[in-house]
Each structure stands twice: as C-alpha cells, then as structure tokens.
Design a protein around this ligand. Structure first.
Ligand code: ADP
Length: 889
C-alpha cells in the first residue's frame, strides 16, 4: 500500500524535525501523528485516535484546535519537548493538488516566549564551545534581545558555577560530548541539552556580522566567537528569521563578579527557597519591590552577580543613598515607573513581528513617562543617576507618532481594522466616512420606507448570507407598492426584500470596510517598521529604566526595613554591629529578631567557631553574615546598625543536609564533596561558612575531619580566609589559642530548671554542653525517652556505677545518641557503636585527641581530592583513613 499524499508530505517534513513534536496544520487543527501523537496524548491528556494514512494500520493521531494551541505548546515546552509548528504556506483556494506546508517556527524550552505571562525572569538559551583549553559560552534571551558571551580557561567547576548562575532552560552542546559529561552537566542543571555537530561552526562570521558590529566582534576570542555563532545559528533555525532586537553583543568577564557555586546559591536561598523552589522566603523575595518587569530582571541579576570592584559597588551605593535621602523624589520616580510596561518584551515582539496595536499603546504609555523621569533624574548628583540622566532617550518623535497613529483601544488582531486613529490618514478617514454615511443612510431607510408604504412593522435588517434586507410581514403584503421591492427570501410569516439602492449602498459599505481593514493593516506595518528602526534606542532606554528601578528599589527597601549603608573595604575586615538576617526578620517580625555583632578580620579573628545547641540560631547567624556581605556587594544597604564589609571574591557554604539521595550520593558523601570543593577553590579573600562538618559520620570520624578542616583553613597560606564554623563538637573549642585565628563563640541559652530558653545572642566563648536532651524535650520527645536519656547521660558523665565497664558505657552512649539524634536528623551511623565498642580503654568518656597530632594522617586526609574520586573510591579512601586513625590510638 502507498502512503496518502498528505502523509507523504508529513513524513518529508518530519524527517527534518526528528527531535520535535510536529504540529501539523489541518484546517482549524494542529494534528500530531505516530509517536508524536502517542507522546502528546500522554503529556497533554488528549484522546488518541487514528487516521487512514494509506498503510495497513491507521496512523495514531491526536489534535488540538489551532486557536487554543499556545497553552498546549507551553505545557509541552515546560516538560522539555520541542514543538515544530507546521503551517499551510499557500492559499488552499489557489493550491494545485495538496496544499504546501512547512515548518514556520520551532519552539524549544530555550526559545519559548510566553506572550501572556507576567514572568519577570529571563528565559536563557546557552551555547558552550570548547577549544584549546578555553571554554566559550554565549547566552541569549530572545524575548528581551539580551545576548552575552564570555570565555575562561576550561575548568569544569567554573563552567558549572556559571551554568547554575545563568540557570538556562536549554543548552546547546557538542554532539560528541561524553555520557559522563552529560551526566555531570545534568546534575547541575535541569536545562534541556540540545546536541549539535559543532565542528562546522568554526568557519565564516557571516551571521555574526549581520547581527553585530565589527567593534563588538573584534573583542572576542575564538571560543567565545564560535559559541556566539552556534547560538545565533540555532536562533535562526528555530525562529526561521533573524531577530532585530538581538543587536548588541555584550562581552563579560566572570572574574568581575563574586563566585558562588550552585550549592551555596541554593543554601543561601538567593532567588528561591530550598524546599519549594519558589521565590517566597528567598533574599529576592525580601528585596524585590521593583515597579517594572525590567527592574525585576535587573535586580535578580544583581543578586545573582554581586560585584567585586570597590568602585562599582560604591557607585551603586552612592546612587542608592541619594534616593534613600530624597524620599519624595524617589517616590515620584516610582509612581512614574509603575506605569511603564515591559518595553524590552514589546521590542522583542516588534522584532519577531508579533506586536499588535495594544502593545503599541502600552509602549506609548511607557514612553509618556520618560520625560518626567528624565527631568527628575536631572536633579540627581550621584554619578550613576547622572549617567542614567544623560543616556535616557525619551524618544519624543516615536511617542508622538504612536499617539497620532494608534487608537486608544485598538483591536487585538491587526487584521480586523480598528487600529488607526482618525486624522492620521486621509484615506482611512474617507473610508470611515463612507462607511458611516452608508450606515446612516440604511438607518434612515426604515423610516422613509414605512412612510412611503404605510407599513408600520416594516424593518430593515442584516445577515451575513443575504446582507441588508427589508422585512415585511405576511399580513402587509397587500400594502407593498407594485414593483417597489425585489423578493429575496421567504420566511414562515414574512418576506425579505431588497432594492437596487439598498444593494448599491451595501456594496459601498462592505467595500469600504474591506478596504479599511487592508489599509489599516498596511499602515500598521509601516508604523511597525518605523518603530523597528528605533529598537536600539528603545532597548537602551529600557535598560536604564530597569537599572533605575533597581536602584530605587534598593533605596526603598533600605528605608522600609531600616537598613544602613555599609563601609566597603578590601582589607579583610567584616565588622557588623547589630546585624540581622534579612529574610528571617521578615518572616518572624522585626521586633522578634535578635540582632548580633560579627567581627572577622582575616587575622586573629578569622575562624569563628560557633557552638551551641541545635535550634539555637547558629545557621541563621552564619547565613546572616553571608547575606549581609552579599547584599553589600550588590550595592545594597544592609540589615545592621553599622557595618564594615570587606569585598569577598567568593562565598562558600556547606550548610545543612542537602541530601542528594536521588542522585545516588549519601549525605556524608555530598557533605565531603562540598567541603572538598571549598578547600580546593577558596582563596584568602573568600568567605566560608561551614555548618556541622563531620556530622554525617560517626563521632570520631566527624570530629577528626572537622578538626583537620579547621587546621587546613587556618594554616594554609592560600586560604586563611574569613570562616564561620558551626559545630556541635564542643571539644573543638580547645583549638582557640592553639590554632591562629580561631575564636570561640556560642549562642547563649538560659537554663531554667529543667528547660532551656534560646536567647539567640552570639557571645564570646564556647558552649560547654550541647543541651541535646533539653532540645529533644522542647521538640516533644516522649517523657520516658527524655528521662531515660538523662539517666544514660548521668551514667556517661561518671555519676553512676556503670563506668567500670567501658563497653557497657559505650553501648549506653550509643543509646543516648539515638535518643538525641533521632530528633536532629533521625540518622545514626552504625559505625558509632562498632567504633566505640572497639575503643576499650576510654573509661572517663573524654575523647582522646592524641592521634590527631599525627601529621601524616592529617596530611593524607587533607590532600584527598574528593571531586576526583568516584563514590566507590571515596568510600575506600575513607575506610582506609578511618582504619589508619584507629591504628594510631
Ligand atoms: P541552629 O543552626 O543552631 O540549629 P537555626 O539557625 O536553624 O539554629 O535557628 C533555629 C530557629 O531559630 C530559626 O528557624 C529561627 O526562626 C530562630 N532564630 C535563629 N536566629 C534567631 C535570631 N537571631 N532571632 C530570632 N530568632 C532566631
């Protein structure tokens, strides 16, 4: 059997879009066939039917109405599919044989533009290209026209950090990348990986030259340039046209921004919370009081990319301070900003031909606000606001054109008329007059005919099939003057008639209407192309508006939340008086939050060892210091009474249990991995936060590792960086005075009979006990468990007779740990028992640290490069280290 001609056409098209679901236009539907139909019916819950295709079996098929396609497309794209839209590309009425069809656009996760959404974040498409140990990346958001590139010496962690920062929806990679690299990449990003043969991209610069200026291109190295070519080519391939809004190539350098790796970003909850992965409870949630979509995107970017240049940070701080002090001026700016629409996205629509009359009305309403904003900026003195003043183009001519040309409430479609304002085009006015005159003539017809015929019930009506008609009821037939009307249609009780004049007038009205629709459409296209010529200027003004909105927002949150301007230094001093956690204080209320001081100076106070019971506030405190530092480097005021902040090149965190069990890694493995990453990549200028390092393994192992890590950070000349180290091993407090830079702090608690009260105050000196049982009690552990735990604790502390048998005591200690740790993590390592039972001569329960002195073990331990080990090797290595440690006892 042979395929039907339509199916033949389908297969020819599908052949070129194998990785896409092809939406094949048939009349008012998009149909999907074969595997595409099976996938789509499953993902979109559509009924799977079949269609004769010329083969023995019917082709599986499902379909959606074309006018409702956008919702279906967005669902498929969100699930990581690509959709190829295949349309009829010739008029069916003139087609000979089967209508020609072709793919007019491919919608992918990285190129999807949701025109209905109020989404204020970017959708990035990224391309990676590596050559000669140099990695180039290029990224674009086609809805805003942003296009950026950078390159760096090939180091995987740098690439992964950059990818987690950008958070792209789709990444174009070489078809030849290894499965291992694909897996690694997938563990850092949820982006769709589009594999392409990149070998052909090294050749001509044609596409780049057509989109960007020579000057922009001359600055790029080869890897960057090729990444840009790959990206552009893919944009052409999917959009099937070049986009006029992609006209500025920004080259950036990753070393100009603070480095924050993926897990630290997650831990610090910069733009989304860890649990639900949405904005609520993140730093962005507290800071984002922007008035425009452009401002929202800029602010998010600033949070993602804190600065490291003192000059740039202070530049922003100066601008923020100026608006902070000029409250009413800032308020005026914000009122104007609130009326500004997403100019960048409107420009995107202009570039890809999707813009309609309503968008242009939004654009002109936005442009309307620019003169006032410019005038207000004219009063400002700080260099950044001055720069905005100088550069803001108010696009007066364009605004006037749009006001003169476009109706205040035009139709959604540009093909239905009702777009152009009266007075803009004489021809439009004439046609409108003709249409109006005709309608008035018809409206008066009813009365005049009633008078002439004397038939009171005579009506003039209109329907789509017969046009205008005169309707006369049966009872009045006899009153119709002979030969006056021509009969057109007979109804049950009436007849419908026309006259020569009526038909002529109808032709005039309909002709005018048709002409008007075409004329308005063509005029709209002309206006669109005039606006297109201003794309660069519009983009520039939009960028300034976004930046101004961000600065204004930083000022307003500073005022509302009682933040202060930090002093920025580069000498390692982080001195915060009465610092607060910006998010926790928002959640629990400003009055409830207990502020705390911080002193880190890269010198004698460079590793703060913070002890205190669980739930005391250690993690909150550490995060608070990191967030304050980060906010300062964004150029924001900060939640404190006063502060000196030293610029950090990188912030690292190892906080909480970020289990990756689904990824096949144990909690402990992840913890060690993160610590290893920190030790390998932190520098003297970094800020490091370590929370409960070593908790994921048995007490001895954990303590050894924690101790060794502290030594490594404090003694290694490449590190010696400001560090906050929270631990429940209060034995570590003995390190103060022994290791340079280590200072003990603890979170104060008040004992009240059998209970404890958390004071949330960080005080100098280490905690002498863990209050684990008290915390367990607070958590509501059954009374008998608490009482029993206390009993065991008493025994362990030597107040009881069990002591004579170490084994017994150790077993009992294990039981105590179960009781306590079940509330903390519900996680107990079996090795605690085994290890402690073997550890015979320890009768006073004080932990013996002598083995820690054995430098060789420490050296071996600290030289472990966990990132280079696979999980099995790591476990083996760890096993060996633990055995060695045991032997040293
Ligand atoms: P830890 O790390 O010591 O176990 P957390 O930092 O997780 O303790 O703090 C536990 C809870 O205590 C937090 O969820 C927060 O609500 C509260 N908290 C922490 N620090 C403060 C503070 N300075 N003021 C008020 N409440 C705080």
């Amino acid at each position: 059997m042979a395929l039907t001609p339509m199916m033949k056409q389908y297969f020819e098209i599908k052949e070129n879009y194998k990785d896409c679901i092809v939406f094949f236009r048939l009349g008012d539907f998009y149909e999907m066939f074969f595997d595409d139909a099976k996938t789509a019916s499953k993902e979109l819950e559509l009924v799977l039917t079949g269609r004769d295709c010329g083969l023995d079996e019917r082709a599986p098929m499902c379909g959606i109405p074309f006018h409702a396609s956008s919702g279906y497309i967005s669902r498929l794209v969100a699930k990581g599919y690509k959709v190829a839209i295949c349309e009829q590309v010739e008029d069916p009425s003139v087609a000979k044989g089967i209508v020609k069809r072709d793919v007019i656009k491919v919608i992918t996760p990285g190129t999807y533009v949701d025109s209905n959404s109020e989404n204020n974040s970017n959708t990035y498409l990224l391309a990676i290209y590596e050559e000669n140990n140099n990695t180039g990346i290029a990224l674009t958001d086609i809805s805003t026209g942003e296009f950026k590139t950078t390159s760096f010496t090939t180091i995987k962690s740098t690439l992964f950090d950059e990818i987690t920062k950008i958070n792209p929806k789709e990444i174009i990679v070489d078809i030849n990348i290894t499965d291992k690299f694909t897996d690694e990449l997938s563990s850092y990003t949820t982006a769709l990986l589009t594999k392409k043969d990149l070998s052909s991209f090294r050749t001509t610069d044609d596409e780049l030259v057509s989109q960007f200026s020579e000057a922009e291109l001359s600055e790029l190295d080869s890897a960057s340039k090729t990444a840009c070519k790959i990206l552009l080519k893919y944009v052409y391939e999917t959009q099937k046209m070049s986009l006029a809004n992609i006209n500025f190539l920004e080259k950036y350098d990753i070393i100009n921004y603070m480095t924050i790796d993926g897990s630290s970003r997650r831990n610090l909850e910069l733009t989304e919370n860890i649990r639900e992965k949405n904005k609520k409870g993140s730093l962005l949630w507290v800071m984002d009081k922007t008035c425009t979509s452009m401002g929202a995107r800029v602010l998010r970017k600033w949070i993602d990319e804190p600065l490291i240049s003192k000059f740039e940070i202070e530049n922003r701080l100066d601008a923020v301070e100026e608006l902070y002090n000029a409250i009413s001026l800032n308020e005026d700016i914000r009122i104007a900003l609130k009326d500004i629409y997403d100019i960048e996205r409107i420009v995107g629509k202009i570039a890809n031909g999707n813009v309609n009359g309503k968008d242009l009305v939004s654009l002109r309403a936005s442009l309307d606000k620019l003169p006032y904003i410019k005038e207000t900026l004219g009063y400002c003195k700080s260099s950044l606001l001055n720069e905005y003043y100088e550069e803001l183009d108010i696009l007066k001519d364009l605004k006037e054109l749009l006001y003169n040309a476009i109706l205040d409430d035009p139709s959604m479609s540009i093909k239905e008329g009702n777009i152009i304002k009266d007075g803009y085009s004489e021809e439009v006015d004439e046609l409108r007059k003709a249409k109006l005159h005709g309608k008035e003539w018809i409206a008066s017809l009813e009365n005049s005919e009633r008078e002439i015929t004397g038939i009171k019930s005579l009506k003039v009506g209109y329907n789509k099939v017969f046009g205008y008609y005169i309707e006369i009821r049966k009872a009045n037939y006899s009153s119709i003057p002979e030969g006056r009307y021509i009969r057109k249609q007979t109804l049950a009780n009436a007849e419908r008639y026309i006259t020569q004049d009526l038909k002529e007038m109808e032709d005039k009205i309909l002709g005018a209407e048709e002409k008007l629709v075409n004329l308005e459409y063509n005029l709209f296209l002309d206006i669109r192309s005039i606006v297109s010529e201003k794309i660069s200027k519009l983009k520039k003004s939009a960028r300034i508006i976004g930046n101004l909105d961000s600065i204004s927002t930083l000022s307003i949150i500073a005022l509302e939340n009682d933040y202060v301007r930090p002093n920025i230094n580069e000498n390692g001093l982080i001195k915060i008086t009465d610092g607060r956690h910006p998010v926790v204080e928002k959640v629990i209320g400003r009055g409830e939050f207990v502020s705390n001081d911080t002193l880190l100076n890269s010198n004698d106070n460079r590793l703060l060892l913070i002890t205190g019971p669980n739930m005391a506030g250690k993690s909150t405190y550490m995060r608070q210091v990191a967030l304050i530092t980060l906010m300062a480097q964004i150029g924001s005021f900060i939640p404190a009474k006063e502060a000196d902040i030293s610029i950090c090149d990188k912030i690292f965190t190892r906080i909480g249990a970020s289990d990756d069990l689904a990824g096949g890694k144990s909690t402990f493995m992840v913890e060690m991995w993160e610590v290893s990453n920190i030790l390998n990549n932190a520098t003297h200028k970094s800020l490091v936060l370590l929370d409960e390092v070593g908790r994921g393994t048995s007490t001895y192992d954990g303590l050894s590792i924690a101790w060794s890590v502290i030594e490594h950070i404090s003694k290694n000349n490449n590190l010696k960086c400001n560090t906050l180290f929270a631990t429940h091993y209060h034995e570590l407090t003995k390190l103060e005075g022994k290791i340079p830079g280590v200072k003990n702090y603890s979170v104060a608690v008040k004992e009240l009979e059998d209970n404890i009260i958390f004071l949330r105050k960080i005080i100098e000196g280490g905690a002498d006990q863990s209050y684990g049982i008290e915390v367990a009690k607070l958590a509501g552990l059954p009374k008998e468990v608490i009482d029993r735990a206390k009993e065991i604790l008493d025994e362990l502390e030597g107040n009881n007779t069990y002591e004579n048998s170490t084994k017994e005591v150790l077993k009992k200690e294990y039981e105590k740990e179960i009781a306590v740790e079940r509330i903390e993590e519900e996680r107990v390592e079996e090795s605690i028992v085994n290890k402690k039972i073997n550890n015979t001569n320890n009768d006073n329960m004080q932990l013996d640290f002598s083995f820690m002195e054995k430098e060789n073990l420490i050296k071996e331990l600290s030289e472990v490069d966990i990132l280079e080990l696979n999980p099995l090797e790591a476990m083996n290595k760890l096993y060996k280290l633990v055995s060695d440690a045991k032997k040293l006892k």
